[in-house]
Design a protein around this ligand. Structure first.
Ligand SMILES: [Zn+2]
Ligand SMILES: [Zn+2]
Length: 848
């Protein structure tokens, strides 16, 4: 029995906390405990059990605090994070410089259970007190002021009519403080309880479990038709005494693998008492299990099976290579570079099927936008109930349910976005990261991990295989493959040898000179659209900017309408009649005159997807046009709805942001128009060229996936830019070589590790002072081989009310860079720069 445990709490402090373990309590490493922390009760993960009393420097801590606090409750009998996940969590904390408790919180989707909230209910003593007060007209105890007494009775009165009330609601309704409630609880007038525990119980279902299922299944003679059963002498004594009802129930259970929810057994034509009898006789046990989520996906109509077509030679080879790696039971990384339409998904599913057949587990990671109900339906079709699907549409409770399902082995195939990389599967054999270059794999809040890189590390720890799949691999991954850190597997052709679409570049500067005005839709694109519509073929048009107009400009004084919280223009949304900041969500009325000079000459400048849709409606009034962007898509269903409409021919044209570019397989689309996809090339971000190339390649890949060949019309103001040129030629290798040169010259990844350190504050003075102090410190410390750029105003200098200054660190040695960052954090703490006002982003994906 250990005396102490170290607990990781989800607080922004880079440390663990030591608590004493009361006698008789047995917390486990990797399990949760409830502990007092400041004025709260928090649950955290036990990372170590030991007998070392905490080292307290007496001068730093007041005498009263030296007394070590005790664990309130051990919440788990067995670890919720096994040894491997604990190790992975510690690695993340170390690599991304994140507090380990916050990492664990991210890894466990048990927030509903994790964050325990308190509720109060009135006790008998409380009712008595209330009753007496009502009789005497004045409360008995006189030590407190009448005000206090009044408040206490207000609480009792409120609770007397209710069963159990959450603390927040109770305080809101009665206006009392926490201390007063605690005082009342001490007097036993009211009782505190954990509501989250109670709510968990409500989500549990009773499951009937057949004991010794195997023996029983053998001992019982088979059912003969409608229940008439031949008597045999081989039946054991317990079975002999069963009546028909009891037999029916037991056989039903046996046929379902020995366990069924009690609710399901209610459907049988047997009396309710039968189950109780069997439980009393010790043949069946009732257990509580978290309710399974069978989600809405099962309602979707089945699609063509991903296996219904013949695999190409390249697909077969890829499958064989991955299968071989999995069978070796050693870590291996593979980069599956398959052009758009080459059938990567079918390869993924086939590999995962093999893993499942071998009795092992696999995880498929997809980008935020990739997990559509259609993909979910495919997964259900191939894996049935063995798949757990984790997506952003799940409530915290549903997430927790899926987590429990995975943990107890009911689902050995897991598909999901970023955080699915932490799924508690056992015997992990394979992790697949689809569209591995997608920036949604990087979490943009603490811990700022990259799910692709975590997947690689998890596979390493588990001796599993990781497959990174993409049509446009990230520079980092392709570089690793070229350096033989990953095996490179290529799918160089589209399925059924369909050709890649022809790409025609339209130079918009020339278009301006020839037409004499700024065009949104070039003459060439208009002509091509007209042609396709006449042939009853379908068109997609990409404009990667939502809203109607991105800028409102005063022609009198030149002032643009900026968000009051951010240094960015507000976007005009015409249909919703509002101005919206796309960075913080701030909304304003549409101005009729300039806020600065009062002039009425306010102009709406530029085009977003909403205006594009309107323009296309004007040009092609007969066409049925749909739009796909964050304004039209509120949930996954909207998304799927629009794509289905296109798939079924209910739409002629789909316009939208990059949402339309990702991974959909719509056979009728023969033309893709690209408008302003090169806008990113003007941004001060070293990944701008890579992102543009990827987006152009992705959206071009939507054309010509059916019988008719496709075409892409690419409008650009940067027609000589290599990202545009290589994308037009579908030349990944060419782009890659060119971009690597640039990265090498500029000391950017994959040649250097980078980190972005951002200092933010609502007070400009603080942001300036802190970044100045750190700048001078960096200057003084001058670490060998580490370049520190800054402090500089961040490209978006003000965001969500914060003024922002940043440093960019580049270093060929990641170890050295992380060591410097750690020293910097200690320095910042010593200078009392609040940790929450500093963002340390290792392997930053956005430098904005
Ligand atoms: Zn003005
Ligand atoms: Zn804003």
């Amino acid at each position: 029995m250990s005396l102490f445990c170290d607990v990781a709490l989800a607080v922004p402090l880079d440390m663990v906390f030591t608590y004493a373990i009361p006698p008789g309590m047995e917390p486990v490493v990797g399990g949760r405990v409830l502990v007092p922390f400041r004025q709260q009760r928090l649950s955290g993960i036990v990372v170590e059990l030991h007998d070392r009393p905490p080292q307290v420097v007496a001068s730093q801590v007041a005498a009263s605090q030296i007394k070590i606090k005790k664990v309130i409750e051990a919440l788990d009998l067995s670890p919720v994070l096994d040894e491997q996940l604990l190790k992975l969590g510690k690695w993340i904390a170390d690599y991304y410089l994140a507090p380990v408790g916050e990492v664990f919180r991210t890894m466990l989707p048990l927030s509903a259970e994790f964050k325990r909230s308190v509720a109060y209910r009135i006790t008998d003593a409380g009712r008595m007190a209330l009753h007496l007060a009502g009789m005497s007209g004045s409360p008995a105890r006189s030590k407190r002021t009448p005000d206090e007494q009044l408040v206490e009775f207000r609480v009792l009165d409120y609770l007397a009519e209710r069963e159990s009330v959450r603390e927040e609601r109770l305080r809101g309704a009665t206006g009392v403080g926490r201390a007063l409630l605690l005082g009342m609880a001490r007097k036993k007038w009211i009782a505190r309880e954990d509501v989250s525990a109670a709510r968990d119980a409500a989500r549990m279902v009773k499951v009937a479990v057949l004991l010794a299922a195997e023996e029983r299944a053998e001992a019982l003679p088979p059912l003969d038709g409608r229940g008439a059963r031949p008597h045999t002498s081989t039946v054991d004594t317990t079975a002999k005494k069963l009546n028909d009802n009891q037999r029916t129930l037991i056989e039903t259970l046996a046929a379902s693998g020995g366990r069924l929810p009690v609710e399901a057994l209610r459907g049988l034509d047997v009396p309710r008492t039968t189950l109780g009898t069997l439980v009393r006789r010790g043949l069946i046990q009732l257990v509580d299990e978290p309710q399974d989520l069978t989600g809405s996906v099962s309602k979707l109509k089945p699609r063509q099976s991903p296996f219904e077509f013949e695999f190409s030679a390249a697909q077969k080879e890829a499958l064989a290579k991955i299968g071989e790696a999995v069978a070796s039971r050693r870590f291996a990384g593979l980069l599956l570079h398959g052009i758009t339409g080459s059938g990567k998904t079918a390869v993924y599913l086939a590999c995962m099927r093999q893993v499942l057949d071998a009795g092992r587990s696999s995880i498929l990671l997809v980008p935020e936008i990739g997990l559509t109900p259609a993909v979910a339906a495919d997964l259900h079709q191939v894996f049935g109930d063995e798949v757990a699907i984790l997506h952003s549409g799940l409530s915290a409770a549903e997430r927790a349910e899926q987590w429990h399902r995975i943990r107890r082995g009911a689902a050995r195939v897991v598909a999901g976005t970023r955080s699915a990389v932490f799924a508690p599967v056992s015997d992990l054999a394979l992790i697949i990261v689809d569209e591995e270059q997608d920036s949604s794999y990087k979490q943009e809040e603490t811990p700022r991990y990259h799910a692709r890189d975590v997947a690689v590390m998890r596979a390493k720890m588990a001796g599993a295989v990781v497959v990174l799949g993409s049509a446009t691999p990230s520079l980092e991954s392709y570089y690793n493959a070229k350096k033989n850190k990953y095996a490179l597997v290529e799918l160089p052709d589209r399925v059924e040898m369909r050709p890649l679409p022809e790409v025609e570049i339209v130079d918009m500067r020339q278009e301006f000179q020839e037409t004499g005005q700024e065009q949104v839709i070039s003459r060439k694109l208009a002509e091509e659209i007209r042609e396709r519509l006449a042939k009853k073929e379908q068109v997609m048009v990409l404009l990667n900017r939502r809203g109607y107009s991105p800028v409102v400009l005063c022609r009198a004084c030149g002032k643009t309408l900026q968000c009051k919280n951010c240094a960015v223009s507000m976007t005009h949304h015409k249909r919703e009649r509002k101005m919206e900041c796309h960075y913080c969500g701030h909304i304003k009325r549409i101005p009729d005159k300039c806020a600065q000079c009062g002039s009425e000459y306010v102009y709406f400048v530029g085009t977003g997807s909403e205006k594009l849709e309107e323009l296309l409606h004007g040009m092609f009034p007969q066409a049925r046009i749909g739009r796909l962007d964050r304004d039209t898509v509120r949930g996954r269903e909207d998304f799927e709805h629009a794509l289905n409409a296109l798939n079924e021919g209910a739409l002629d044209m789909l316009v939208g942001t990059q949402m339309i570019a990702k991974g959909h397989d719509i056979h009728g689309v023969t033309l893709v128009g690209v408008i302003g996809a090169d806008m990113a090339l003007g941004l001060p971000d070293f990944r701008a060229a890579e992102r543009t190339f990827q987006l152009l390649t992705q959206v071009a890949g939507r054309a010509g996936r059916g019988q008719s060949p496709g075409k892409v019309v690419l409008q650009t103001y940067f027609q000589d830019h290599y990202a545009v040129q290589f994308a037009a030629r579908h030349d990944f290798a060419g782009f890659y070589e060119k971009e690597l040169q640039f990265r090498a010259w500029m000391h950017y990844p994959p040649y250097s590790a980078i980190a972005n350190v951002l200092i933010r504050s609502e007070k400009l003075d603080d942001a300036l002072t802190w970044s100045g102090e750190l700048g001078r410190w960096f200057e003084k410390t001058r670490h060998e081989g580490i370049r520190v750029l800054g402090p500089a105003a961040a490209p978006i200098t003000r965001l969500k009310r914060d003024y922002r200054y940043h440093f960019i660190l580049k270093s060929p040695s990641r170890e050295k860079m992380n060591a410097l960052l750690r020293t910097m954090l200690a320095e910042a703490a010593a200078r009392k720069i609040p940790r929450t006002q500093m963002i340390v982003d290792v392997d930053a994906v956005w430098l904005m």
